[in-house]
Design a protein. Structure first.
Length: 264
């Protein structure tokens, strides 16, 4: 079995503290995506959480990034920050129709990050998962959901996500609980414990562990030592893997991503 593709990246590309740290001194801001997309292999677009964009924006990002690069897209807060997720159908449809498909083969997963206050309600979560479209304009869509309330740490949530073919986004977080069970055809991990005192955010032993975890995921397994709650492991199958350095000491995110890429 040929392992899936592992991509490692950062959240966004416009972040002033990266100038002179990640971006060279004096690097033009209008060329930051060009630079970032050639030093990591994926970017999670977080601006889509706050507002919609025109198709031309997605097309411009597509044309700026090199072949093989992938953009994950963060789902709108108007879809996820609501009391009843199952009522988000119109908002989900509007979000998916805004022009994401202009990214073409550079469109990665859509991340639906739930509010920290959202508790697990099996009927509501099942209804929300059913709202996530399999395709848009003939382009296949892939979905990941990241819950951040402890009530989601239960086998029933894992079973619902697996039945829907939706990945549970695993967050390595000091604040929120993580669910590492593999439930979809790809793996989505967000590394959120970066420390500013460490030049790469995560120290070398931690980076080695995450490199091993990424290889295990890509080969179809579930890495040891992560928090699992489901009763059964998924069938072994090669999976694409997306790992983002995306919280904690954000200024260290690019260095962390590059350090992990060098190990892979």
């Amino acid at each position: 079995m040929t392992p899936g593709t592992i991509r490692v990246g950062i959240g966004g590309w416009t972040y002033p503290p990266w100038r002179g740290v990640f971006y060279p001194d004096g690097w033009p801001q209008k060329l930051e995506l060009e630079y970032a997309s050639r030093h990591v292999t994926a970017i999670e677009i977080n601006g889509t959480f706050y507002s919609t964009f025109k198709p031309a924006s997605f097309a411009g990002w597509r044309d700026t990034a090199p072949d093989g690069f992938v953009f994950a897209v963060k789902g709108s807060r108007f879809c996820t920050n609501r009391r009843v997720l199952g009522e988000a159908g119109e908002a989900v449809a509007r979000f998916c129709a805004q022009g994401l498909v202009e990214l073409g083969d550079k469109l990665g997963p859509i991340l639906w990050q739930l509010a920290p206050t959202k508790r697990f309600d099996p009927d509501d979560i099942a209804a929300f998962l059913q709202l996530l479209p399999a395709a848009q304009g003939g382009v296949r869509l892939r979905h990941a959901v990241q819950p951040r309330h402890e009530s989601f740490v239960c086998p029933e949530f894992v079973a619902l996500a697996r039945a829907a073919g939706v990945a549970i986004a695993f967050g390595d977080s000091a604040t929120y609980p993580g669910v590492a069970d593999v439930t979809g055809p790809f793996v989505y991990a967000r590394l959120e414990r970066a420390e500013e005192a460490v030049p790469t955010g995560y120290d070398e032993p931690a980076l080695d562990r995450w490199a091993d975890a990424a290889r295990t995921w890509a080969a179809g397994g579930q890495p040891a030592g992560l928090p699992y709650v489901g009763a059964d492991a998924p069938a072994a199958s090669a999976r694409d893997v997306f790992v983002f350095f995306i919280n904690g000491a954000k200024v260290r995110a690019p260095a962390g991503a590059q350090a992990l890429l060098s190990r892979l």
